[in-house]
Design a protein around this ligand. Structure first.
Ligand SMILES: [Zn+2]
Length: 470
């Protein structure tokens, strides 16, 4: 039987803020366990939450970057559940009136509708070691945004490839907008995936199966394809899909049932009596709009139309914000978009792939690129120089001089000698003009190289010679 596949995504991202969502504890990754905690994020009796304005601002920023409408009144609710990663036994979240509603994101050729983005607090982290379970509450109360795609309206995400493209683009947008760092290995971005199948052409939805907290895009891709196949087999055999949450085991490449799915009513949401409704003014929204940096799609337009780069080079540079920031900073000093891009798509990216970190500043990089363009250093020598100073803080120019890799003569001095040779060899020049024999050109270049004692760039001499004789 043929099926339509409907994939829904719920994506959590930790916001970039100084402090937590409802208290003044630091929002910081990697501190020693239970260091950034206080009575508020632990919900000790009598402690009252105070909303962090910056967290609301960041949520609005995320919404605007994805074309959302901003609700001018948003409310916080308590989502009740008992689990040791949250000492409150409830999570402050939003159900009825989230901050952002009705956004969209273009995935390949489809504009995927997004239902909402709401602001909530993150839970702590459980660490299991042998027989022991430990809890680190540092993450409790860290501002978290949850984005939910709208699987009830067309079009849907239908394949694993589309889901990954969606997540990749979303991550890029959050990073470029300055909303979140989204470092996957730090758990700063996490995705839950739900999947349902229905007979091709049917309007009714099938039963959803959810997979929570799958680590990494590659695992998500595998997990989706596995789940589609699993449901197909059950349906083809005349079975029924059980509404449940399944856990993906990436080592085994399969999933197993975790629990049958709870519905929203199981959480007994109710408005948090300790928090006032959030009022967001038009002026506030306008201010955030005006401070929005250029996002990947806008930058790509600039790269293609103003810089004349091709699609591939643009995508490669834009894939990493640090790389594209450095690229643009270099252009501010030396506006040769293609020549600079050439270094980025080869030398710089190769190093970043290996080390995950840019270890050269724009001044030194521009000096190297420019020196090659001006033929002061040969390309291969420049590549070696880049490797040599990468990560050391050494100065490119000083190092080039020290290593003696700079062309010894300035172009002007070389051209003077060229002109002298042309005068002396006037008869050879005449002969060339009649016969157009390339051997004669080689002979003249050789004469110049001899005069300069090999200190000129032969290729440059040849180009200049052709120019003179044309
Ligand atoms: Zn706190």
């Amino acid at each position: 039987m043929q099926y339509d596949v409907i994939i829904g995504l719920e994506v959590h991202a930790e916001l970039k803020t100084e402090s937590k969502c409802f208290c003044s504890c630091k929002n910081e990754y990697g501190s020693s366990p239970n260091r950034n905690c206080c009575p508020v994020c632990m919900a000790l009796p009598g402690a009252l939450p105070v909303l962090n304005k910056k967290a609301v601002e960041q949520t609005i920023r995320a919404g605007l970057a994805l074309g959302f409408e901003i609700n001018q009144t948003a409310i916080f609710e308590r989502k009740n559940y008992f689990y040791p990663d949250l000492s409150k036994a409830y999570q402050i979240s939003q159900l009825e009136k989230p901050i952002c509603i009705n956004g969209h994101l273009k995935v390949f050729d489809k504009e995927i509708p997004i239902n909402r983005i709401h602001l909530e607090e993150d839970a702590g982290k459980l660490i299991h070691q042998d027989d022991l379970s430990m809890i680190d509450y540092n993450r409790c109360g860290v501002p978290l945004i949850e984005l939910v795609t709208d699987a009830l309206v067309e079009p849907h995400i239908e394949t694993a490839d589309e889901a990954i493209e969606f997540l990749t683009k979303l991550r890029q947008i959050y990073i470029y907008a300055g909303v979140a760092d989204c470092e996957m290995e730090k758990g700063q971005m996490r995705a839950d995936v739900n999947i349902s199948l229905r007979p091709k052409g049917s309007k009714e939805f099938g039963t959803k199966v959810e997979m929570k907290n799958i680590m990494g895009f590659k695992s998500i891709h595998r997990a989706i394809n596995y789940e589609i196949e699993r449901q197909k087999e059950i349906l083809d055999d005349g079975g029924v899909i059980v509404q449940e949450t399944r856990k993906w085991d990436n080592d085994k490449g399969e999933s197993y049932s975790l629990r049958t799915k709870e519905n929203a009513e199981d959480y007994r949401y109710f408005p948090d009596p300790d928090l006032l409704a959030v009022n967001i003014s038009n002026e506030e929204i306008q201010k955030i709009k005006e401070s929005m940096p250029l996002l990947p799609d806008q930058l790509k337009k600039v790269f293609l139309e103003e810089y004349g780069l091709n699609e591939y080079d643009s995508d490669v540079i834009l894939a990493n914000k640090e790389v594209s920031d450095l690229y643009r900073a270099c252009l501010e000093m030396y506006f040769q978009p293609k020549s600079v891009a050439n270094w980025f798509t080869t030398e710089i990216l190769a190093r970043i792939k290996a080390e995950d970190k840019i270890q050269i500043d724009k001044e030194n990089l521009v000096w190297i690129i420019k020196s090659v363009d001006e033929k002061k250093i040969r390309r291969n020598a420049a590549k070696d120089l880049l490797s040599y100073i990468w990560g050391t803080g050494l100065n490119a120019e000083a190092e080039a001089k020290k290593q003696g890799i700079m062309a010894d003569m300035s172009s002007d001095a070389v051209f003077e000698i060229l002109d002298k040779v042309l005068q002396e060899k006037a008869s050879v020049v005449d002969q060339f003009k009649q016969e157009q024999d390339p051997k004669i050109l080689n002979y003249l270049v050789g004469q110049v190289m001899k005069e300069t004692r090999g200190k000129a760039n032969a290729q440059e001499v040849m180009e200049k010679l052709k120019e003179r004789l044309s």
